[in-house]
Design a protein around this ligand. Structure first.
Ligand code: HEC
Length: 456
């Protein structure tokens, strides 16, 4: 846009804004939301596109979503992963003017490349032998790096999805990785406490540093000068990329493990998130400049600055992704969304005289994956509405695995009891449902009593 167009736009801005509000009132348009509301389960990751226009989120509901940052509307929902999605990153669009492509990684052991315009899955990247927990894209957009609990980092061609190389050296799960902004190296870290650097010009890989405790998260500044780590020893550390010296160490700011870190593009601000739902923003000083208790989050799992550094986005146990101004920690203007409660159940119910109440206590383990009502929030498992009397694997609109799809089994008190007596893996070999049993027949009876009432 030229300066001539920009200047008058700035001057008439408030008037245009006022007219837009009037127009919205006139046609009854709902106010813009402050938050990203669409996942039906906790959100593991949030990413912002380099141009600041798009957000992408990855959730426990096996789903990734592409959003408009401006309107907070869902643009594309990416269906295909067979387990929770752990991380998401942006790739350049297929052609100019289109929405970006995305790459996601999942507990299902795959990475997937998606067309953000249509939601089509372009490539499924297979090779990791355990869950894949982090993903990064090279600065030129041509390569993808993934980190897995199989102890490897894999490098892939972003165009074809083909494996370029497998980087071996970590002695335990790899938890996070970044590309250096000049594209010369990948830096990874994991449970073994090692920070490792992998030159991409064929040079020898090396240990950058050893922290001595499992590292959960890594971030690098846009100028490539500083690296930030968050670790299980409750510490945020800042490293000099050139000398490998530790520059700063912030100990126990979260009263527990540090789960995620972010650094603004110019490296001026560092953000950290941890157990207990705290979000801290640091500038140069020894104390955080902003300390926020993120409402209702019991853990902050992902943080991301906007490209200009004026906003911070956070994801966690709540299914809603929220944003704040980094200058003062204020909410982004709009209509804030109430916390989406997971069915939270008091322990007292476990000892109730009423089997339905006791059963609701048993159901707390299921609620993260199953809604009880028709058309309930999307979760990784099907809604259990109308369960009794229907054939297994027949709930409309849900993509069952082959283990359940077309099954002859009908859900009754006896078959639901059997499901948790012998376990889903025995009753439906190959099912997506996690291995779990309720070994106490009384607990199973209570669960069935609760389900009979709650799904009717
Ligand atoms: C981590 C997620 C997860 C948890 C926890 C979980 N489930 Fe599931 N459940 C699933 C998935 C995924 C499926 C679909 C399985 C498939 O297609 O192979 C499923 C399927 C089912 C089905 C079959 C539904 C149908 O329409 O055929 C029932 C019944 C069920 N779950 C009940 C439960 C109950 C009760 C609990 C708690 C004791 C529970 N699940 C816990 C993910 C979960």
């Amino acid at each position: 846009m030229t300066g001539r167009l920009g200047t008058p736009g700035f001057r008439v801005g408030p008037l245009v804004g006022a007219l837009a509000v009037l127009a919205a009132l006139a046609v009854g348009t709902p106010p813009v939301r402050a938050d990203f509301v669409g996942h039906g389960a906790p959100v593991r990751d949030v990413a912002i596109s380099p141009d600041g226009r798009y957000a992408a989120t990855a959730g426990f509901d096996d789903l990734a979503i592409l959003w408009s940052v401006e309107s907070r509307d869902q643009l594309t929902r990416l269906y295909g992963h067979e387990a929770g999605v752990n991380a998401v990153a942006f790739l350049p669009p297929l052609s100019e003017g289109l929405r970006p492509r995305l790459v996601t990684v999942s507990d299902d052991g795959t990475a997937r490349i998606w067309d953000g315009a249509t939601g089509t899955q372009l490539h499924v990247l297979t090779g990791h032998t355990k869950k894949v927990v982090a993903v990064a894209v090279s600065p030129d957009g041509t390569q993808i790096a993934t980190a897995s609990w199989d102890r490897t980092v894999r490098l892939w061609d972003a165009e074809t999805g083909a494996t370029v190389s497998v980087l071996e050296g970590h002695t335990n799960s790899v938890n996070d990785l970044v590309f250096t902004p000049d594209g010369s190296r990948i830096v990874s870290a994991g449970y073994d406490g090692d920070i490792r650097a992998w030159p991409l010009d064929g040079g020898e890989a090396y240990r950058f540093a050893q922290v001595g405790f499992p590292i959960n998260a890594l971030a690098i500044s846009g100028d490539g000068k500083i690296l930030v780590t968050g670790s299980a020893d409750k510490t945020v550390r800042v490293w000099d990329m050139a000398t490998r010296d530790m520059l700063r160490e912030m100990s126990d700011p979260h009263d527990g493990a540090v789960l995620t870190v972010a650094v603004s593009r110019e490296g001026m601000s560092i953000a950290s998130g941890g157990v207990g739902g705290t979000l801290l923003i640091w500038d140069g000083g020894a104390e955080p400049r902003i300390a926020m208790q993120v409402e209702h989050y019991r853990a902050v799992w992902a943080l991301e600055f906007s490209p200009s550094g004026d906003r911070i986005y956070a994801a966690g146990i709540d299914s809603v992704v929220r944003a704040w101004r980094t200058s003062d920690g204020a909410s982004i203007v709009g209509e804030a969304t109430r916390f989406q409660p997971l069915e939270r159940v008091s322990r007292a119910l476990a000892n109730s005289d009423d089997p339905v109440e006791r059963g609701s206590f048993q159901f707390r383990k299921c609620a993260i994956c199953h809604a009880l009502e028709e058309g309930g929030p999307s979760r990784s498992g099907p809604s259990l509405a109308g369960l009794f009397g229907r054939r297994a694997g027949s709930y409309p609109g849900y993509d069952f695995s082959d283990a359940l799809h077309g099954s002859e089994i009908v859900w009754t008190e006896e078959t639901v009891d059997l499901l948790f007596d012998i376990g889903p893996d025995k009753m439906f070999p190959g099912t997506k449902m996690p291995i779990q049993r309720l070994t106490d027949p009384g607990d199973r009876r209570d669960l069935v009593e609760f389900l009979k009432q709650a799904t009717d």
